[in-house]
Unconditional design. Sequence first.
Length: 278
Amino acid sequence: MSGLPPLLRKLLVLLLFLVLQAGAVVLLIHNSYFQQNVILKEVRSWQTRWWERRSSWTAFTTLKTVNEELALENNRLLEELARLSALENELNALMEKAEDSSGRFTFIPARVIRNSVTRQHNHIVIDKGSSDGIQPDMGVISAGGIVGVVANVSEHYALIISLLNTDQRFTGELKKTGSFGTLRWDGVNYRRVLLSEIPQHIEVTPGDTVISSHFSLIFPPGIPIGSVQSGSLKRGTFLELEVELFSDFKTLRYVNVVSHDGIREYQGLIETEPEESP
Protein backbone atom coordinates (compact mmCIF):
# COMPACT_ATOMS: atom_id res chain seq x y z
CA MET A 1 0.00 0.00 0.00
CA SER A 2 3.05 2.24 0.32
CA GLY A 3 2.95 2.94 -3.44
CA LEU A 4 -0.67 4.17 -3.34
CA PRO A 5 -1.60 7.84 -3.14
CA PRO A 6 -2.26 9.06 0.44
CA LEU A 7 -5.99 9.71 -0.16
CA LEU A 8 -6.58 6.24 -1.59
CA ARG A 9 -4.67 4.65 1.30
CA LYS A 10 -6.90 6.47 3.78
CA LEU A 11 -10.06 5.30 1.97
CA LEU A 12 -8.85 1.69 1.95
CA VAL A 13 -8.02 1.86 5.65
CA LEU A 14 -11.48 3.30 6.40
CA LEU A 15 -13.16 0.59 4.32
CA LEU A 16 -11.18 -2.13 6.11
CA PHE A 17 -12.17 -0.63 9.44
CA LEU A 18 -15.85 -0.63 8.52
CA VAL A 19 -15.66 -4.26 7.33
CA LEU A 20 -13.98 -5.34 10.57
CA GLN A 21 -16.56 -3.39 12.59
CA ALA A 22 -19.42 -5.02 10.71
CA GLY A 23 -17.87 -8.43 11.24
CA ALA A 24 -17.48 -7.75 14.94
CA VAL A 25 -21.13 -6.70 15.21
CA VAL A 26 -22.26 -9.87 13.38
CA LEU A 27 -20.15 -12.06 15.68
CA LEU A 28 -21.41 -10.19 18.71
CA ILE A 29 -25.05 -10.63 17.70
CA HIS A 30 -24.53 -14.27 16.71
CA ASN A 31 -22.88 -15.20 19.99
CA SER A 32 -24.87 -12.97 22.39
CA TYR A 33 -28.59 -13.51 22.98
CA PHE A 34 -28.75 -10.23 24.89
CA GLN A 35 -27.28 -8.26 22.02
CA GLN A 36 -29.63 -9.98 19.59
CA ASN A 37 -32.61 -8.80 21.63
CA VAL A 38 -31.26 -5.25 21.81
CA ILE A 39 -30.69 -5.04 18.05
CA LEU A 40 -34.04 -6.64 17.20
CA LYS A 41 -35.80 -4.32 19.63
CA GLU A 42 -34.28 -1.29 17.94
CA VAL A 43 -35.17 -2.59 14.49
CA ARG A 44 -38.77 -3.27 15.50
CA SER A 45 -39.00 0.12 17.16
CA TRP A 46 -37.81 1.77 13.96
CA GLN A 47 -40.30 -0.27 11.89
CA THR A 48 -43.14 0.70 14.24
CA ARG A 49 -42.27 4.41 14.02
CA TRP A 50 -42.06 4.17 10.24
CA TRP A 51 -45.45 2.45 9.95
CA GLU A 52 -47.02 4.97 12.34
CA ARG A 53 -45.73 7.88 10.28
CA ARG A 54 -46.83 6.19 7.05
CA SER A 55 -50.31 5.49 8.48
CA SER A 56 -50.61 9.06 9.76
CA TRP A 57 -49.69 10.44 6.34
CA THR A 58 -52.15 8.10 4.59
CA ALA A 59 -54.90 9.08 7.04
CA PHE A 60 -54.07 12.76 6.54
CA THR A 61 -54.22 12.57 2.74
CA THR A 62 -57.44 10.49 2.89
CA LEU A 63 -59.05 12.94 5.31
CA LYS A 64 -58.02 15.82 3.09
CA THR A 65 -59.69 14.17 0.08
CA VAL A 66 -62.84 13.42 2.10
CA ASN A 67 -62.97 17.01 3.37
CA GLU A 68 -62.67 18.36 -0.16
CA GLU A 69 -65.49 16.07 -1.35
CA LEU A 70 -67.67 17.10 1.61
CA ALA A 71 -66.99 20.77 0.90
CA LEU A 72 -68.05 20.33 -2.74
CA GLU A 73 -71.19 18.42 -1.71
CA ASN A 74 -71.98 21.07 0.92
CA ASN A 75 -71.70 23.83 -1.70
CA ARG A 76 -73.96 21.87 -4.04
CA LEU A 77 -76.57 21.39 -1.32
CA LEU A 78 -76.41 25.07 -0.38
CA GLU A 79 -76.98 26.05 -4.01
CA GLU A 80 -79.88 23.59 -4.27
CA LEU A 81 -81.35 24.94 -1.01
CA ALA A 82 -81.08 28.51 -2.27
CA ARG A 83 -82.76 27.54 -5.55
CA LEU A 84 -85.59 25.72 -3.78
CA SER A 85 -86.01 28.60 -1.34
CA ALA A 86 -86.33 31.03 -4.23
CA LEU A 87 -88.86 28.75 -5.93
CA GLU A 88 -90.84 28.41 -2.71
CA ASN A 89 -90.92 32.18 -2.26
CA GLU A 90 -92.06 32.61 -5.85
CA LEU A 91 -94.73 29.95 -5.41
CA ASN A 92 -95.98 31.50 -2.18
CA ALA A 93 -96.22 34.88 -3.90
CA LEU A 94 -98.18 33.33 -6.77
CA MET A 95 -100.50 31.53 -4.36
CA GLU A 96 -101.19 34.74 -2.47
CA LYS A 97 -101.81 36.53 -5.75
CA ALA A 98 -104.16 33.77 -6.91
CA GLU A 99 -106.13 33.98 -3.66
CA ASP A 100 -106.25 37.77 -3.58
CA SER A 101 -106.95 38.49 -7.24
CA SER A 102 -110.12 36.48 -7.68
CA GLY A 103 -110.66 34.69 -4.40
CA ARG A 104 -111.43 31.56 -6.42
CA PHE A 105 -108.24 29.58 -5.69
CA THR A 106 -107.66 28.15 -2.24
CA PHE A 107 -104.89 25.79 -1.08
CA ILE A 108 -104.95 22.83 1.28
CA PRO A 109 -101.53 21.77 2.64
CA ALA A 110 -100.87 18.03 2.92
CA ARG A 111 -98.07 15.60 3.69
CA VAL A 112 -96.94 12.89 1.25
CA ILE A 113 -97.17 9.45 2.85
CA ARG A 114 -96.49 7.31 -0.23
CA ASN A 115 -94.75 8.04 -3.48
CA SER A 116 -93.04 6.32 -6.42
CA VAL A 117 -90.90 7.45 -9.35
CA THR A 118 -89.72 4.16 -10.90
CA ARG A 119 -92.96 3.01 -12.56
CA GLN A 120 -94.59 4.06 -15.81
CA HIS A 121 -97.79 5.02 -13.94
CA ASN A 122 -96.67 6.60 -10.67
CA HIS A 123 -99.11 7.63 -7.93
CA ILE A 124 -98.86 9.62 -4.70
CA VAL A 125 -100.89 9.29 -1.51
CA ILE A 126 -101.38 12.26 0.86
CA ASP A 127 -102.77 12.50 4.39
CA LYS A 128 -105.79 14.70 3.55
CA GLY A 129 -109.16 13.59 2.18
CA SER A 130 -112.79 14.49 1.73
CA SER A 131 -113.14 15.61 5.35
CA ASP A 132 -110.53 18.28 4.55
CA GLY A 133 -112.39 19.49 1.47
CA ILE A 134 -110.40 17.54 -1.13
CA GLN A 135 -112.23 16.24 -4.19
CA PRO A 136 -111.25 14.38 -7.37
CA ASP A 137 -109.79 16.46 -10.23
CA MET A 138 -108.16 19.01 -7.94
CA GLY A 139 -104.64 20.03 -8.90
CA VAL A 140 -101.66 19.38 -6.63
CA ILE A 141 -98.52 21.55 -6.51
CA SER A 142 -95.30 21.76 -4.51
CA ALA A 143 -92.54 24.31 -4.05
CA GLY A 144 -91.03 22.98 -7.29
CA GLY A 145 -94.16 23.18 -9.45
CA ILE A 146 -96.94 20.86 -10.67
CA VAL A 147 -97.20 17.50 -8.90
CA GLY A 148 -100.36 15.93 -10.33
CA VAL A 149 -104.13 15.68 -10.07
CA VAL A 150 -106.34 14.08 -7.40
CA ALA A 151 -107.83 10.82 -8.71
CA ASN A 152 -109.69 9.32 -5.73
CA VAL A 153 -110.39 10.34 -2.15
CA SER A 154 -111.39 8.69 1.09
CA GLU A 155 -112.37 10.49 4.26
CA HIS A 156 -108.77 11.13 5.37
CA TYR A 157 -106.59 10.32 2.36
CA ALA A 158 -106.28 11.12 -1.33
CA LEU A 159 -104.71 9.30 -4.28
CA ILE A 160 -102.93 11.53 -6.78
CA ILE A 161 -102.03 10.70 -10.37
CA SER A 162 -98.44 11.94 -10.53
CA LEU A 163 -97.03 14.12 -13.28
CA LEU A 164 -94.66 11.16 -13.66
CA ASN A 165 -97.37 9.08 -15.30
CA THR A 166 -97.16 8.29 -19.01
CA ASP A 167 -100.95 8.59 -19.35
CA GLN A 168 -101.09 12.07 -17.82
CA ARG A 169 -101.23 15.28 -19.88
CA PHE A 170 -101.01 18.92 -18.77
CA THR A 171 -100.71 22.26 -20.51
CA GLY A 172 -97.35 23.98 -20.12
CA GLU A 173 -96.41 27.48 -21.20
CA LEU A 174 -93.12 29.16 -22.08
CA LYS A 175 -92.86 32.07 -19.68
CA LYS A 176 -90.85 34.22 -22.11
CA THR A 177 -93.18 33.98 -25.11
CA GLY A 178 -96.51 32.76 -23.73
CA SER A 179 -96.54 29.88 -26.24
CA PHE A 180 -98.17 26.77 -24.81
CA GLY A 181 -98.10 23.06 -25.55
CA THR A 182 -98.71 19.61 -24.10
CA LEU A 183 -96.63 18.63 -21.09
CA ARG A 184 -96.08 14.92 -20.61
CA TRP A 185 -93.65 12.40 -19.11
CA ASP A 186 -92.08 9.80 -21.43
CA GLY A 187 -91.31 7.33 -18.62
CA VAL A 188 -87.51 7.64 -18.91
CA ASN A 189 -86.01 10.21 -16.52
CA TYR A 190 -87.98 11.19 -13.40
CA ARG A 191 -86.32 14.64 -13.44
CA ARG A 192 -87.37 15.49 -17.03
CA VAL A 193 -90.60 15.87 -19.02
CA LEU A 194 -91.44 16.85 -22.59
CA LEU A 195 -93.25 19.96 -23.81
CA SER A 196 -94.55 19.35 -27.33
CA GLU A 197 -96.59 21.14 -30.00
CA ILE A 198 -94.58 24.37 -29.75
CA PRO A 199 -94.62 26.11 -33.18
CA GLN A 200 -91.32 25.98 -34.99
CA HIS A 201 -91.02 29.76 -35.36
CA ILE A 202 -91.05 30.33 -31.59
CA GLU A 203 -87.61 31.34 -30.31
CA VAL A 204 -86.54 28.99 -27.54
CA THR A 205 -83.18 28.91 -25.74
CA PRO A 206 -81.83 26.52 -23.07
CA GLY A 207 -82.73 27.77 -19.61
CA ASP A 208 -86.11 29.23 -20.60
CA THR A 209 -88.67 28.71 -17.83
CA VAL A 210 -91.80 26.62 -18.34
CA ILE A 211 -94.83 27.52 -16.20
CA SER A 212 -98.41 26.38 -15.72
CA SER A 213 -100.68 27.67 -18.43
CA HIS A 214 -103.22 30.47 -18.12
CA PHE A 215 -105.70 28.13 -19.82
CA SER A 216 -106.39 26.04 -16.74
CA LEU A 217 -108.76 26.01 -13.80
CA ILE A 218 -106.89 23.17 -12.10
CA PHE A 219 -103.68 25.11 -11.45
CA PRO A 220 -103.10 28.81 -10.87
CA PRO A 221 -101.33 30.38 -13.85
CA GLY A 222 -97.60 31.01 -13.70
CA ILE A 223 -96.56 28.15 -11.39
CA PRO A 224 -92.89 27.33 -12.23
CA ILE A 225 -92.48 23.82 -13.62
CA GLY A 226 -88.95 23.55 -15.00
CA SER A 227 -86.37 24.87 -17.44
CA VAL A 228 -85.76 23.98 -21.09
CA GLN A 229 -82.67 21.83 -21.67
CA SER A 230 -82.89 20.99 -25.38
CA GLY A 231 -85.31 20.75 -28.29
CA SER A 232 -85.92 18.91 -31.53
CA LEU A 233 -88.21 19.25 -34.51
CA LYS A 234 -91.22 16.92 -34.59
CA ARG A 235 -93.81 16.41 -37.33
CA GLY A 236 -92.03 18.95 -39.50
CA THR A 237 -93.37 22.19 -38.00
CA PHE A 238 -93.48 21.69 -34.22
CA LEU A 239 -90.81 21.66 -31.54
CA GLU A 240 -90.57 19.12 -28.74
CA LEU A 241 -88.66 20.49 -25.76
CA GLU A 242 -86.96 18.53 -23.00
CA VAL A 243 -87.69 20.23 -19.68
CA GLU A 244 -85.83 19.62 -16.43
CA LEU A 245 -88.27 19.75 -13.53
CA PHE A 246 -87.68 22.11 -10.63
CA SER A 247 -89.32 19.57 -8.34
CA ASP A 248 -87.40 16.45 -7.27
CA PHE A 249 -90.15 13.87 -6.89
CA LYS A 250 -87.83 11.53 -4.99
CA THR A 251 -87.62 13.99 -2.09
CA LEU A 252 -91.23 15.19 -2.25
CA ARG A 253 -92.58 15.54 1.31
CA TYR A 254 -95.22 18.29 1.34
CA VAL A 255 -97.72 19.52 -1.25
CA ASN A 256 -100.65 21.91 -1.63
CA VAL A 257 -103.95 20.77 -3.10
CA VAL A 258 -105.51 23.46 -5.28
CA SER A 259 -109.22 24.15 -4.99
CA HIS A 260 -111.06 26.31 -7.53
CA ASP A 261 -114.67 27.09 -6.73
CA GLY A 262 -115.64 27.32 -10.42
CA ILE A 263 -114.24 24.03 -11.63
CA ARG A 264 -117.50 22.08 -11.27
CA GLU A 265 -119.45 24.75 -13.09
CA TYR A 266 -116.87 24.79 -15.89
CA GLN A 267 -116.85 20.99 -16.23
CA GLY A 268 -120.63 20.92 -16.33
CA LEU A 269 -120.63 23.53 -19.09
CA ILE A 270 -118.08 21.62 -21.16
CA GLU A 271 -120.16 18.46 -20.90
CA THR A 272 -123.10 20.27 -22.51
CA GLU A 273 -121.00 21.44 -25.47
CA PRO A 274 -122.52 19.98 -28.65
CA GLU A 275 -120.43 17.48 -30.57
CA GLU A 276 -119.36 18.29 -34.10
CA SER A 277 -121.13 16.45 -36.89
CA PRO A 278 -118.99 13.92 -38.76
